[in-house]
Design a protein around this ligand. Structure first.
Ligand code: GUN
Length: 299
């Protein structure tokens, strides 16, 4: 039996970041515009700090300005909203990202609602969710955007009529992913923990996107032969032996599913690297839209 094509998200993300860097050079020379991204992190969650460091490094490598705001864990909601107000009106800042999760004294929805929707490079503001749902141009959440780019790179630009199943209904991945696939004229099902006969639903999918946060839940007999399988999950498995390292696995049992699928993303090295690359692309999109410059095509 032939193994599925392994979709190399790392290589695709590297190419996308190089393209973004080229767009930034053009914006500087033709318009004197340097896109700027502000990242706000509250508290000392180690994983969040790793993400933020990577975002900062990638932003600078792409030739953009990076503004990092590290706030203590006891920051009040009012203080955070005041900072966002300042970033909303700062002309050097074109993109704003507030790292989630936030400490419990802060209302996440109030914070996301405060960000200027035209600087909302995470695409989490309800205005951007509404724009996506109604087919208006807007900023699209980075992880689902990255998934769509990988799907199109694998299957070609025309996805119309294909059956897509999105496993997971989060506001960050599942729902926007479903909207993006619907916009591509796929027949879309959102499946989740309460779905009856999950395996049967998944087996109907030409495109399966798994974003549930359950380690290796999707098994080989859930996959339609030849399907494209996109694994958004990042689950840490503690070491079997003392002194070993955590192992990262996705929501998909790669070894089993690769025997049935036509193409599949690995974990790590699949969807993960696409998120930051799309964040950089969104920052260029936001900067251009704010300045009334034609927005480059992300695909
Ligand atoms: N925390 C984990 N992933 C993300 C993300 O994509 N955006 C933000 N703002 N926080 C996150």
């Amino acid at each position: 039996m032939t193994e599925a094509v392994r979709i190399d998200g790392k290589a695709f993300a590297d190419k996308l970041r190089a393209r973004v860097a080229e767009q930034v050079r053009e914006l500087k020379s033709a318009h004197g515009l340097t896109p700027g991204l502000a990242v706000v992190i509250v508290g000392d969650d180690p994983a969040s700090h790793v993400y933020v460091r990577n975002k900062n490094k990638s932003t600078l490598e792409a030739g953009m300005k990076s503004f990092e705001h590290q706030l203590p864990i006891d920051t009040s909601q009012k203080e955070l909203l005041t900072l966002i107000d300042g970033l909303n009106s700062d002309p050097a800042v074109h993109g704003i990202l507030v790292q989630l999760p936030l400490p419990k004294q802060i209302d996440e929805q109030a914070v996301l609602a405060k960000i200027d929707p035209n600087k909302d490079v995470d695409g989490f503001h309800v205005i951007n969710a509404g724009r996506l749902a109604t087919g208006m141009p807007g900023l699209v959440p980075c992880t689902p955007l990255g998934c769509l780019l990988l799907i199109k790179d694998t299957l070609g630009k025309d996805l119309s009529g294909l059956r897509a199943v999105v496993l997971g209904r989060s506001n960050i991945v599942g729902k926007p992913m479903a909207q993006l696939l619907l916009r591509e004229s796929c027949t879309v099902t959102i499946a989740h923990s309460r779905t009856k006969d999950l395996a049967e639903e998944c087996r109907r999918a030409d495109i399966l996107v798994a974003a549930v946060g359950r380690a290796q839940m999707v098994k080989g007999d859930w996959i339609k032969p030849g399907a494209v399988v996109i694994d958004v999950g990042i689950n840490r498995i503690p070491p079997a032996e003392v002194g070993g390292k955590d192992r990262l696995v996705g929501d998909v049992d790669y070894a089993e599913c690769a025997k049935v699928a036509g193409a599949i993303t690995p974990v790590p090295g699949g969807v993960g690297p696409m998120t930051i690359a799309c964040l950089l692309a969104n920052t260029v999109t936001a900067a251009c839209a704010l300045k009334g410059i034609a927005v480059p095509d992300v695909g």
